[in-house]
Write a protein that binds this ligand. Structure first.
Ligand SMILES: [Zn+2]
Length: 430
């Protein structure tokens, strides 16, 4: 057994308290062996002056969209998608997806993220990038049927189902999958009726966008006579292992459905603010017992993949939405950064305790904006930034040491991504 000790830091425990301790991990088994004083491993990682936290969990992303970061800003969701994003995505090659994913994974590692959920296409490329980068992920092929004929729609649905079946537990078990219809309005009812039972048979969860904008809610209410999440429940898409992205425009009846079903909701505050989609009632959902997680969404609507930025946004907008400064407090944010989101997307991660997966990050506290140290959970929620992350470890493997990423070649990734993005935009605008 190869052991690594992370020494000299203060450790964020699952109950939200912070204590001075070392962390001993089994690198081969990818497991935390012990959290306590004076632990020595064969190798040592210095965490002095730092906060050792579980690795952050990004509950909803489109990681290869990094290539479209800053390409089309300042538009609402529908026109942003239809005029800019979908035409550009129509030009994406498998190679572009791989290069864009590498850029996104590099950014995640540098920001202390060790696990994420992702919906996109050309997913085997993302599997390959995740395998090499060393993160943990729940991945799925996003299905859109509304712009396709029946044969095209079926092919897309089969691709999603096949991917979910084939790649579950890939990358030494670090990859899990899901069946991922894009949303309740972009996939036809007859297809959901046919394929949701197939996903259940395959034993994979279902992930989709829901109630992101008013424009996504109104057509369902008009056509079906029920709210979107009641429609989802009718279709069997509201199970404990399932999770939806956004949940901005949910009413009390839908909050009740989510809480009762145990279905996760991944809150994406930066994307919701940037696209002016609305303010999710996060405090209300938390009070009702909904399994809330936190995610960045794609880099084209954020525009970064920093979970620490997202954490601060979630706290701020959560207070504003509830008109209550005590809503979505720092300790809740620390949970959303880590185990709450892992639980919402069904990944085992996010807790620094004996026997848990060795997924963690060390935040450098010796910075002006993190001084003084009255309350380290407050610093994490309100003041820390991605650039403060010193080390990142996933499944026992050191992915970044002293800000040097060890699993991806940073300069080469940036160069390839810049070139691919430039060529992509030129093709889209031809
Ligand atoms: Zn999304």
């Amino acid at each position: 057994m190869a052991t690594l000790s992370i020494t000299g830091g203060q450790v964020l425990l699952p109950d939200g308290t912070v204590t001075r301790a070392d962390v001993l991990i089994d690198q081969e088994g990818g497991e935390i062996l012990e959290v306590g004083p004076n632990l020595a491993g064969e190798e040592t990682l210095d965490a002095s002056g730092g906060l050792v936290t579980p690795g952050f969990v990004n509950g909803h992303s489109h990681v290869a969209m990094t290539l479209l970061r800053g390409y089309a800003d300042d538009k609402p969701l529908e026109s942003w998608l239809q005029e800019d994003i979908w035409p550009a995505e129509g030009e994406l090659t498998a190679e572009d997806v791989r290069v864009g994913a590498e850029l996104g994974l590099l950014e995640m590692i540098k920001g202390g993220t060790t696990a994420f959920a992702d919906m996109y296409f050309e997913m085997p490329e993302i599997v390959d990038a995740v395998d090499r980068a060393g993160l943990r992920a729940r991945l799925g092929h996003g299905v859109v049927t509304v712009v396709k004929d029946d044969a095209g729609a079926r092919e897309d649905l089969e691709t999603s189902l096949e991917f979910a079946r084939e790649y579950d537990s890939a990358a030494d078990g670090r990859i899990s999958t899901a069946f991922m219809p894009h949303s309740l309005t972009t996939v036809g009812r007859e297809y959901l009726e046919e394929f949701v039972p197939k996903a259940r048979e395959a034993g994979v969860p279902i992930h989709y966008h829901a109630n992101e904008t008013v424009d996504e809610v109104t057509p369902i209410v008009e056509d079906r006579g029920v709210r979107p999440l009641a429609y989802a429940a009718e279709l069997g898409m509201l199970e404990p292992e399932d999770f939806v992205a956004h949940g901005v425009h949910v009413d009390e009846s839908e909050i009740g459905l989510l809480a009762e079903a145990g279905t996760g909701v991944v809150h994406c505050p930066a994307s919701n603010m940037k696209l002016a989609s609305g303010m999710a009632p996060v405090q209300r959902m938390l009070e009702a017992g909904v399994a809330v997680g936190l995610g960045t969404d794609g880099a084209a609507s954020n525009n970064d993949l920093s979970m620490l930025d997202e954490a601060r946004d979630a706290a701020m907008i959560g207070k504003l939405a509830a008109e209550d400064a005590s809503a979505v407090p720092a300790e809740r944010i620390a949970e959303l950064l880590t185990h709450s989101t892992a639980d919402a997307i069904g990944l085992e991660s996010g807790r620094l305790e004996e026997g848990a997966p060795a997924d963690l990050a060390v935040i450098d506290l010796e910075e002006p904006h993190l001084t003084p140290a009255h309350d380290l959970v407050s610093q994490l929620a309100y003041a820390a930034a991605a650039s403060d992350v010193r080390h990142t470890i996933c499944d026992g493997q050191v992915l970044m040491r002293d800000r040097e990423v060890l699993t991806l070649e940073e300069d080469a990734v940036l160069e390839r991504a810049s070139e691919a993005a430039e060529s992509l935009v030129a093709r889209a605008e031809e």
